[in-house]
Design a protein around this ligand. Structure first.
Ligand SMILES: Cc1ncc(C[n+]2csc(CCOP(=O)(O)OP(=O)(O)O)c2C)c(N)n1
Ligand code: SF4
Length: 250
């Protein structure tokens, strides 16, 4: 029998610890497949976060470095400046990137650091048990917003892709999702584009992935994917927010 699909070499054989229906595993596979297809997996260093993806360094079969919560863009900045020929990435949740690490991501993007950030927006703090994140939707329940997020009390969610795309440093920012097979395909294309643009030295690149946390959302994996489509994406529209190559072509 001929083999039509096999696991990418850029992932290890370890069984992932993620909950059923969690998008982290899907995104890990996409990152790994893209790096293998570019033949860059042995030339990549990824700064992994604190959060549910804290063990990503065990799953990615290439070089990685653990960063303190929110500080992956600073870590990646140092690595890229010392190793400009490497592909350097960060992988960050929304608590990590949009809360404790707001300063690091804003300034890395503003400086136009030639790194690629994969931003997992699942609307909640997953690892620590479901506290409200900067991305938690209005009305969405969290352990720290039992009646649902009230913007009058808790403030409004932050749309990071839109905010960062106002800066001059980013070369490419796209928001994708993985709640349907078509979205998964588009997400992979976006990750590939971001890494190609890093390779071309064009500036900061980020792919935001609207993701799931069925465990802390308190829903089944199937309902979590529906929630992404029905609630998350209307608030966080998918699309390209910045692409300097498209702007050049105008
Ligand atoms: C400096 C610091 N502050 C707080 C924490 C506690 N902490 C660990 S993970 C986490 C939130 C994780 O949420 P997110 O970044 O959205 O990732 P997810 O688990 O949802 O993938 C927090 C607050 C920590 N480890 N270090
Ligand atoms: S708690 Fe949420 S983000 Fe963490 S592994 Fe489970 S589903 Fe994924």
């Amino acid at each position: 029998m001929s083999i039509i699909f096999k696991k990418t070499r850029a992932l290890t054989d370890l069984k992932m610890h993620y909950c059923p229906g969690c998008a982290h595993g899907i995104v890990h596979r996409l990152v790994a497949e893209v790096l293998e297809e570019m033949d860059e997996d042995k030339n990549t260093i990824i700064a992994v976060p604190v959060g549910c993806a804290v063990f990503a360094n065990k799953y990615f079969n290439f070089d990685s470095i653990q960063s303190a919560h929110g500080r992956a863009p600073a870590t990646a900045t140092g690595i890229k400046r010392v190793h400009p020929d490497k592909l350097v990435m960060t992988y960050q949740g929304d608590g990590d990137l949009a809360s404790i690490g707001t300063a690091e991501i804003v300034h890395a993007a503003a400086r136009g650091e030639k790194i690629t950030t994969i931003f997992i927006n699942n609307g909640i703090y997953g690892m620590t048990g479901g506290q409200m994140a900067p991305t938690t939707l209005p009305g969405m329940k969290a352990t720290t917003a039992k009646a649902g997020r009230d913007p009058q009390i808790n403030g409004n969610p932050i749309r990071m892709s839109e905010m960062l795309s106002t800066l001059d440093g980013p070369a490419y920012i796209e928001r994708v999702s993985v709640s349907t097979p078509a979205q998964v395909t588009k997400a992979k294309m976006a990750i590939r584009k971001a890494l190609e643009m890093q390779k071309a030295g064009l500036g900061f690149t980020m792919v935001e992935v609207v993701s799931s946390c069925p465990t802390n959302w308190g829903v089944t994996p199937v309902k979590a994917m529906e929630f992404i489509r029905e609630k998350m994406i209307p608030y966080y529209p998918l699309g390209v927010y910045k692409d300097v190559t498209a702007e050049e072509g105008k």
